[in-house]
Design a protein around this ligand. Structure first.
Ligand code: NDP
Length: 400
């Protein structure tokens, strides 16, 4: 039995807190800490009402390493699950190293003043985690996270060699607002407005203009949806860890309405991340925009419909070509009924709890910094299915 400290009390933090509280077999004690006390208290009260379990609460500024170290030394958790923002990844990894605590997150580090995300900053911690005998598990959300584990499952059980991977992410949910993002708007918009990028053997990274490559994909239980090529962080680690890979890409669905709003916001400068002077003070337009948009945590009661996220994989097995889609379908309203969150927060928070459990119980604990697919997929997928995210494998006709 272990003690877990969750950092971040937003949409995802709410789900992780509920799911860790439900997992009485793994976690004897659950503590939630974040920057704003009211949000921590509100989540803890909901967890108590929904699960009957009392969780501990604390406030912390996770950008401040000594402050986090002091909290870790006071609480002595076995594992820290970071569901604050990507900006906090490095300070929280530093704090874990100081205090001797295992580390799990769901999104790779991003410097606040540069809209760029890559693993180099976190992979640079490998030796320090190895020397300290501590585990850092990176990207234990859905994508990255479950998508990496689906690939590891395919590599272990379904293919001798994987050649093509398309990660397909569909959100067919409708929240009724003209424009809102399903997770932190600042992080979401920074990600979507970047140039597209995919990996192809021989050519290495190929770049495309933002959201310029469209593919109409038939998602199980959802149907055909326009999906756009984007860069996504799991491509960086998966291309290193899959045998025989020739190409890996990532696609996400966006409605025309969403894309129109985004285009206009970009055109008028509202998605800028550099400070501008306004009436004598400096403001960062994207942060101001975040303050105007609906809080993703508030979308839960309004959002109807389903998500479908999965990996479309082509390769060979026993000398024959094969193509499968490994996926999960999640219903926004069912998530809301269970934990008062929409499916985007739910599909991120459940795998964060599962990753935290496997580090805490030792199944995925080994010194160093690891991406999800570098671990045995079996215990992860077993617990994922039991924890509210069942998954399926569908055979598809081989296309080439
Ligand atoms: P929210 O903005 O809803 O929540 C973030 C929380 O972190 C808030 O409670 C915020 O506090 C807290 N926080 C921010 N800065 C600090 C700080 N310096 N110290 C302490 N706490 C801080 O975001 P989401 O819940 O939507 O997303 C959480 C994470 O999940 C993000 O990193 C996101 O990228 C990741 N994610 C991963 C996905 C995946 O599939 N892998 C998918 C979706 C999200 P406050 O309340 O004061 O603002």
């Amino acid at each position: 039995m272990s003690k877990v400290l969750i950092i971040g009390a937003g949409g995802v933090g709410n789900v992780v807190a509920h799911k860790c509280a439900q997992n009485t077999e793994a976690f004897s004690e659950v503590v939630l800490a974040s920057r704003t006390e009211n949000r921590v208290r509100a989540v803890a009260a909901d967890v108590k009402a929904d699960t009957g379990r009392e969780i501990g609460i604390a406030t912390v500024n996770a950008d401040n390493v000594p402050e986090t170290v002091a909290l870790l030394e006071k609480l002595r958790p076995d594992v820290l699950i970071n569901v604050a923002l990507p900006y906090q990844d490095l300070p929280l990894m530093d704090a874990c190293l100081h205090a001797g605590v295992h580390y799990v997150d769901t999104a790779n580090y991003e410097p606040p003043n540069l809209a760029k995300f890559e693993y180099s900053w976190q992979w640079a911690y490998r030796e320090r985690f190895e020397r300290a005998g501590l585990t850092a598990l990176l990207g234990s959300g859905f994508d990255p996270g479950v998508t990496n584990v689906f690939c590891a499952h395919a590599q272990k059980h379904l293919f001798d060699s994987i050649e093509l991977v398309d990660i397909m992410d569909a959100n067919a949910g409708d929240h009724g607002y003209p424009f809102a993002t399903n997770f932190n708007p600042e992080i979401n918009i920074r990600e979507i407005t970047q140039r597209g990028r995919y990996w192809e053997k021989g050519a290495e990274w190929r770049e495309t203009d933002p959201l310029s490559v469209r593919r109409d994909y038939d998602y199980p239980e959802i149907g055909v949806k326009p999906s756009y090529l984007m860069y996504h962080e799991e491509l960086e680690s998966l291309r290193l860890n899959l045998r025989g890979l020739r190409r890996i890409r990532f696609f996400m669905t966006f409605s025309d309405n969403y894309l129109n709003h985004l285009r206009i916001l970009q055109n008028v400068g509202m998605t800028r991340i550099d400070p501008v002077k306004f009436q004598g003070t400096e403001i960062v337009p994207i942060q101001f925009l975040k303050a105007l948009l609906p809080d993703p945590a508030s979308l839960g009661p309004r959002t109807k419909g389903k998500t479908c996220i999965g990996c479309d994989i082509t390769g060979t097995k026993d000398g024959r070509r094969r193509r499968v889609f490994i996926y999960n379908v999640c219903d926004h309203q069912a998530c809301y009924r269970e934990v008062k969150s929409q499916a985007i927060s739910y599909t991120t928070g459940v795998p964060a709890m599962v990753g935290g459990t496997l580090v805490a119980n030792g199944a995925w604990r080994r010194p160093g910094v690891w991406n999800m697919e570098q671990n045995d997929p079996d215990p992860f997928l077993e617990l994922l299915g039991k924890s509210g995210l069942p998954w399926q494998v569908k055979e598809l006709p081989v296309e080439e």
